[in-house]
Design a protein around this ligand. Sequence first.
Ligand code: PMP
Length: 364
Amino acid sequence: MGGVSTRLDDLPIRDHLRGMTPYGAPQAALPVALNVNENTHPVPQEIADDILDAVALALRDVNRYPDREFTQLREGFADYLGYGLTADQIWAANGSNEVLQHVLQAFAGPGRTAFGFAPTYSMYPLLTRATGAGWIAGTRGADFSVDAQDAARQVAEAAPDVVFLCAPNNPTGTPMTLDVIEAVYDATGGIVVVDEAYQEFAPRDSGSALTLLPGRARLVVSRTMSKAFAFAGARVGYLAADAALIDALRLVRLPYHLSSLTQAAASAALRHAPTMLAMVDEIVGQRDRISATLEAIGYHPYESWTNFVLFGGVHESAATWQALYDKGVLIRDVGIPQHLRVTAGTEAETTAFLDALASLDSAS
Ligand code: PMP
């Protein structure tokens, strides 16, 4: 074999995929990896053992297809979320990326549009366009916040079929208050997805959009086990919505999309939710330490309710990113000029990042 290799552009690829670039956060085996908002604390050993037992048990039946309705896992998520939610209001998939893809496959598609307030999670436009729908970028204030009146006006004007509200927002960390979500919901006849991937890192008394679900049949609240649960490698995301909306997602999912091993691992991890989440406070402490230190050495960190901090005042963001990389510290250039984003790590990782940055002296 071998010979001439074909370029992507030479293939009869669907027109709306032409010119798109795939999600591409660099994956590099650096000693300090703080670039994709993972939880850098490993799953505690006794829980890992319990998960392993559950997976071993599931393996005995792996000749059979898994429970297509992942009933036990949905019950686990309903219990974990609370607010009186029941299993028929829960959906799950391989990461919240797939959960969001299911929503778009059911409610976006050719001739339709999805909307988000930029800058926001980079997968929203990619997932949207992959269904053949158009992406509309709304705007945020100078500090990346969104206020209810302006948000409602923008959404009413764009009249999208799906609205993404990333709450709190990635890559900026910005909180979003419930009045914004209510105002946006009232301003559209479309689906409103509140992406709460980082909700567990927000202050305990900040309200979740889950409280807004009763009486709002077009509202979706998505979550993930990738962040607070330290389960990114297992690929488990989920959402809560009206039971009828969940039925719409059954139309687009692949049969048996959640493997029996994934279901077993996630259900076992959920049984240990309090311990799995024990690191959240520690991570929030490191996040606040990053913000305070960045401020002290001349950068401009933004308020964050997540496990990462976006900071401005970086003279040359590409050069600073590279200089940190050369020192073994991987963070993220999210494409906002003079800004970089860093995930809060363990205390030692966070110290390594802060020391490396301080040694560069590149605040503008
Ligand atoms: N939503 C947001 C806002 C994210 O930042 C991410 C991951 N970085 C996801 C969804 C997807 O996460 P996962 O597929 O691992 O659940």
